[in-house]
Design a protein around this ligand. Structure first.
Ligand code: ADP
Length: 306
């Protein structure tokens, strides 16, 4: 695959994780294990996913003038990601406070911090002109996401919106989106419908959403994905793997899809490329550490012809 150019506009978070026997009740204190620190945020995860798969990636985002911000920026740079548009603002770096119980359940408090300060007027149009694909999620203000989509559309880039975390979307954002990627839960929120049960219902929902966006992809975890759009529709099975931790499988999928589309791959091949990246991420623990390299994806894809 020729390297394509991907611009990611989105969130950078530091994930702070503590293992607990059980989650505290309101007003209660529990003692946990040692604090662990992991770089995260959907925007940054998707940027790293695309970069590991060979794309030239530039990130637009905001961090605080603090140690976490500096660490997150350095981490992206170590992946070869261009960070001149990741500026510091007067707010703390975004943080996710995560406690994990012995039963494996997460309780999470997100403090968006600097991510919430990325305003539409802060977006520099220049990097959009160079991008083949612009990748967006919903962890920065919605007005900013819309402005980024408009800038991408005006520059002739393909605008890929991953509508996560789930929320309803205004028509004027969907009008400047080329590819919408949602899981079943997010698809239901965007469509204002019930969560689809099974691939047939997911495909029906994708068709409905495809009246508002050229291409709609609904991911179904270990059951693969369905897509619908002007160019047709289809069902793609997942790659058979032994899942260990599906954290960031969705981000790996989006990064892989973006890298493949930016490289000029046709849609169905790009969907398989993203699926292979998602499947590999599901076989390993963690978010960014689990994101696969291009040769691993190529090896998994090699087993599926066409
Ligand atoms: P999200 O994390 O956003 O809910 P999904 O869980 O649907 O996203 O995962 C995105 C894609 O990653 C899926 O469409 C699939 O291709 C791949 N994937 C996720 N989980 C698995 C799994 N257990 N086995 C194989 N592929 C998987």
């Amino acid at each position: 695959m020729e390297p394509g150019s991907v611009l990611v506009v989105g969130s950078l978070n530091m994930d702070l994780v503590v293992a607990v026997e059980r989650h505290p009740k309101p007003g209660e204190t529990v003692i946990g294990g040692d604090l662990q620190r992991f770089p995260g945020g959907k925007g940054a995860n998707q940027a790293v996913a695309a970069a590991r798969l060979g794309a030239r990636v530039r990130m637009v985002g905001r961090v605080g003038a603090d140690a976490y911000g500096a660490e997150l920026k350095r981490g992206l740079e170590a992946e070869g990601i261009e960070t001149t548009e990741v500026a510091e603002v007067e707010a703390p770096t975004g943080v996710a406070l995560i406690s994990v119980s012995a039963g494996g359940q997460n309780a999470i408090v997100v403090s968006p911090g600097a991510n919430a300060r990325l305003r539409p007027e802060d977006l520099n149009p220049e990097p959009f002109a160079e991008a083949g694909v612009v990748v967006l999620q919903l962890e920065t203000p919605l007005e900013t996401v819309r402005r980024a989509a408009e800038l991408g559309r005006a520059a002739g880039a393909r605008v890929l919106l991953n509508a996560a975390p789930a929320q309803a979307l205004p028509d004027d954002l969907l009008a400047v989106t080329d590819v919408l990627v949602v899981n079943e839960f997010e698809a239901a929120r965007v469509a204002g419908a019930d969560e689809p049960e099974g691939p047939d219902a997911a495909l029906a929902l994708a068709r409905e959403l495809a009246r508002r966006v050229p291409v709609v992809v609904v991911t179904l975890g270990g059951r693969g994905l369905v897509w619908a759009g002007a160019g047709g529709e289809g069902v793609r099975p997942a790659f058979a793997v032994e899942p260990v931790d599906t954290t960031a499988a969705g981000d790996a999928f989006v990064g892989g899809l973006a890298a493949a589309l930016a490289a000029g791959e046709p849609l169905e091949r790009a969907l398989d490329y993203g699926s292979a990246a998602g499947a590999l991420a599901a076989t390993r623990p963690g978010a960014q550490p689990s994101l696969p390299a291009a040769d691993e994806v190529a090896a998994l894809l090699g087993g599926r012809a066409g």
